[in-house]
Design a protein around this ligand. Sequence first.
Ligand SMILES: NC(=O)c1ccc[n+]([C@@H]2O[C@H](COP(=O)([O-])OP(=O)(O)OC[C@H]3O[C@@H](n4cnc5c(N)ncnc54)[C@H](O)[C@@H]3O)[C@@H](O)[C@H]2O)c1
Ligand SMILES: O=C(O)C[C@H](O)C(=O)O
Length: 308
Amino acid sequence: MKVTVVGAGAVGASCAEYIAIKNFASEVVLLDIKEGYAEGKAMDLMQTASLNGFDTKITGVTNDYSKTAGSDIAVITSGIPRKPGMTREELIGINAGIVKAVSSSLIEHSPNVTLIVVSNPMDTMTYLVHKTTGLPKNKIIGMGGALDSARFKYRLAEALEAPISDVDGMVIGGHSDTGMVPLTSHATRNSIKVSEFLSAERLAQVAEDTKVGGATLTKLLGTSAWYAPGAAVSALVQSIACDQKKIFPCSTFLNGEYDLEDICIGVPVILGKDGIEKIVDIPLSDAEKAKMQESAAGVTKTNGLLEL
Ligand SMILES: NC(=O)c1ccc[n+]([C@@H]2O[C@H](COP(=O)([O-])OP(=O)(O)OC[C@H]3O[C@@H](n4cnc5c(N)ncnc54)[C@H](O)[C@@H]3O)[C@@H](O)[C@H]2O)c1
Ligand SMILES: O=C(O)C[C@H](O)C(=O)O
């Protein structure tokens, strides 16, 4: 199993590290445009192999796509992150050109690759890849919901004063400060609805804290987060590489599902060896349906800024 990660910055390196530590891929290629940067990150990571007990071979290259040839999965993290006070949508001007060029180069050398798009604004970047590459839609996956759901579980566990392993929950919709739809009515603590333990007000606070999870970290760190994003990407890569068929909310092209069309946005999917193997339709309340439509309107507005 060969995995390429484009962008050896904060998220790309974290993602490569988690993939290696989980020890399921034979090879990870890190590629960056900055001279020597990916080579340095790869060497540093390889020097953790004997300490962390993995055999994955990590190599770094400067913009040489021939070294990515034959990749089964590629992750696109190249582009700029936001600074405190910015929205993800403001990154479109620079990141659209980068994502378009990078996806085209990856596919040229690995025509059967499954692409995971991370660069922001992620739903729009996933749509861009869908519109410009000709890859089948099951092989184009936007990562956002897996991260947002992890943050939702963190906030739920905090409110419940429960261990995170006791908590389950999912966030669908657009990966934006206003567009996320945390499914509070579906969230559980060891199969008991969390509404049995938390007031409506406390649950609404959990949902709000979840939605601004990325912005909160960006304010604290001065740039956007990387550990949880890297871990979330590695979980998607593992589900595909090991054909685990796990359910994650991912941004995928919709053609009528969830009453939405011509958009990439986060919905639950089954991830296995064929990438997105199934979009899972779950019953939503009227309020959740309305939030999904509102979220989609926001993503569609951002998509309108693309030069396709
Ligand atoms: N979808 C999500 O959930 C999620 C989570 C975290 C970050 N992000 C996004 O991921 C992106 C990367 O974030 P980061 O914190 O790693 O940023 P970073 O600045 O640390 O790393 C980005 C890397 O991309 C490289 N790069 C730029 N143009 C390139 C090109 N054409 N080819 C190859 N490499 C190129 C840069 O040299 C840099 O090393 C940002 O757009 C950020 O908003 C998305
Ligand atoms: O918040 C960001 O800009 C980065 C990423 O989308 C995140 O949610 O951490």
